[in-house]
Design a protein around this ligand. Structure first.
Ligand code: ZN
Length: 201
């Protein structure tokens, strides 16, 4: 039987980069601070989970049916950067250089871990290419072997569609996730993107 404090520690432990020691520190900190601080933290977690959903077009987080990027008139809606997760959208947006839109896959292919194409939002991307005026897909996946395989899979999948498929320039640190790449490297990789060429079938 574990008490409420241990329960909170367990919950905090499940967060990324929070080890048991940090979890205890956070839990004890919350106990020492005034009660309303902890309540307001708890409320903002509940509120963000209830209000923020996925954009119905790009699957980034959004409070509305369409996220601000998808509904913006000043963004180039014919340019779509394919990323693994919403954190990558934040990283690219922070670079401040990208004027296109996004498509969040929800992961990368990893057959050994059971992540096959049907587990990702690939059919949704295919559908977008059918109905939107998309002229270029920028594959903006990280440098892991799975991300690499996914990039090649996508380039081959869309080779018969009338769309240019490019990828972020090499020079991104090998194996690194996009969200940890610094802004200068990321905006350079975007500017110097290269074509992924696969002959039509
Ligand atoms: Zn969107």
């Amino acid at each position: 039987m574990i008490g409420p404090l241990e329960e909170l520690v367990e919950a905090l432990c499940s967060l990324p980069s929070i080890g048991r020691k940090s979890a205890w520190r956070l839990a004890l900190h919350l106990m020492e601070r005034p009660e309303d601080e902890a309540v307001s933290l708890a409320e903002s977690i509940i509120s963000v989970r209830r209000k923020v959903k996925h954009c119905s077009r790009c699957f980034n987080f959004s409070e509305n049916e369409l996220c601000p990027v998808c509904s913006s008139q000043s963004r180039d809606q014919s340019l779509v950067c394919i990323v693994e997760k919403p954190a990558d959208v934040f990283a690219i947006e922070k670079s401040g250089r990208y004027r296109g839109t996004f498509h969040v896959l929800g992961g990368v292919l990893s057959p050994l871990n059971g992540i096959t194409a049907d587990k990702l939002r690939i059919s949704e991307l295919k559908a977008r290419i059918g109905k939107e005026q998309i002229r270029e897909l920028i594959v903006g996946l990280g440098g892991s072997a799975d991300a690499e395989a996914t990039a090649i899979y996508l380039a081959r999948l869309f080779r018969n569609d009338n769309v240019r498929v490019t990828r972020l320039a090499r020079g991104l640190p090998a194996g690194m996730e996009l969200e940890y790449v610094d802004q200068i490297t990321l905006s350079q990789a975007l500017c110097e993107r290269t074509d992924m060429q696969y002959g039509k079938e």
